[in-house]
Design a protein around this ligand. Structure first.
Ligand code: NAI
Length: 331
């Protein structure tokens, strides 16, 4: 039997946490033959609720679950973890300035970076979900200099999956037959959902989404805004933000990163930019990636037309501003 993998979930008493931990315990994230240990972290006001989650995990008697640590101690939570899913953060409340929210999250991610750096298992892979996801991941990277930058990522897979969903609905095809959409940039409303290279499996080979949709106005207009604004639409409908889809997408992100992407398929991940596609180096930016042997690499050589170029640049610009804002909170 395989040794258990230890997975940290921060913000585990929250909404996404509640949807995510049973998925991990059932093998959705790491596969049906991989035992797991869960490390759950939240803050003291949520300690009782967190313990309730632990009780439910015990009650569910998951065969793959080999132990649960539920704690409000960051060091205890981070010790020995192989995978860290960072869902905890400070939400923006009504009337709060952007800078105040940034400042709270910068201080959270700075201290959690140090705890991970000192106490996580070697080779720990980090996924930041909490918003502002890209910039929280960047702060985590900056304050955990001994964790390789390739091990620190943020979640844009939910946006990627939303784009697949919209294409599948529009074309009335199975979502599993749609692939190679791309989310570029920030996990925010400036993200660029791009179908320039996306395809749908057809009876003989693959067809381009652009040909099948044959309505560039929709692809460059409503499709993009629907994906960009989907989070807000869910809040409006549910009076709560997306949780099951966020949790499921976080599992997709880690599963593909660890176990690899299928041949000929790429996915979107927020990763440290090396300057590919003229995206400024030193930002955490969402790119198309393939994964193999536990490592992602940015898909190279895709053509970028003028429309796309502008969108890639606009979301990079927002991330550059966010980075500056985050740094201004440090001093
Ligand atoms: P929530 O408010 O239900 O849960 C957040 C939890 O984090 C709470 O239990 C809170 O006590 C905890 N927390 C706060 N500070 C913490 C700290 N310093 N250490 C550990 N835990 C801490 O929020 P929800 O709905 O679960 O969302 C979590 C985050 O995920 C939010 O920032 C949200 O904006 C973000 N999000 C990101 C998505 C993405 O695609 N990247 C999609 C959906 C949500």
């Amino acid at each position: 039997a395989k040794d258990p993998v230890s997975v940290l979930v921060t913000g585990a008493a929250g909404q996404i946490g509640y949807a995510l931990v049973p998925m991990i315990a059932r093998g959705v994230m790491l596969g049906p033959d991989q035992p797991v240990r869960l490390h759950l972290l939240d803050i003291p006001p949520a300690a009782e609720a967190l313990n309730g989650v632990k009780m439910e995990l015990i009650d569910a008697a998951f065969p793959l679950l080999k132990g649960v640590v539920a704690t409000t101690d960051v060091i205890e939570a981070c010790t020995g973890v192989n995978i860290a899913v960072m869902v905890g953060g400070f939400p923006r409340k009504e009337g709060m300035e952007r800078k105040d929210v940034m400042s709270k999250n910068v201080s959270i991610y700075k201290s959690q970076a140090s705890a991970l750096e000192q106490h996580a298992a070697a080779g720990c892979k980090v996924l930041v979900v909490a918003n502002p996801a890209n910039t929280n991941a960047l702060i985590l990277k900056e304050f955990a200099p001994s964790i390789p930058e390739k091990n620190i990522t943020c979640l844009t897979r939910l946006d990627h999956n939303r784009a697949l969903g919209q294409i599948s609905e529009r074309l009335n095809v199975q979502v599993s037959d749609v692939k190679n959409v791309i989310i570029w940039g920030n996990h925010s409303s400036t993200q660029y959902p791009d179908v320039s290279h996306a395809t749908v499996k057809a009876q003989h080979g693959e067809k381009h989404v652009r040909e099948l949709v044959a309505d560039d106005e929709w692809l460059r207009g409503e499709f993009i805004t629907t994906v960009q604004q989907r989070g807000a639409a869910i809040i409006k409908a549910r009076k709560l933000s997306s949780a099951l889809s966020a949790a499921s997408s976080a599992c997709d992100h880690i599963r593909d990163w660890v176990l690899g992407t299928p041949e000929g398929t790429w996915v979107s991940m927020g990763v440290y930019s090396d300057g590919s596609y003229n995206v400024p180096a030193g930002l955490i930016y969402s790119f198309p990636v393939t994964c193999r042997d536990g490592e992602w690499s940015i898909v190279q050589g895709l053509s970028i037309d003028e429309f796309s170029r502008k969108k890639l640049d606009a979301t990079a610009e927002e991330l550059t501003e966010e980075k500056a804002l985050a740094y201004s909170c440090l001093s």
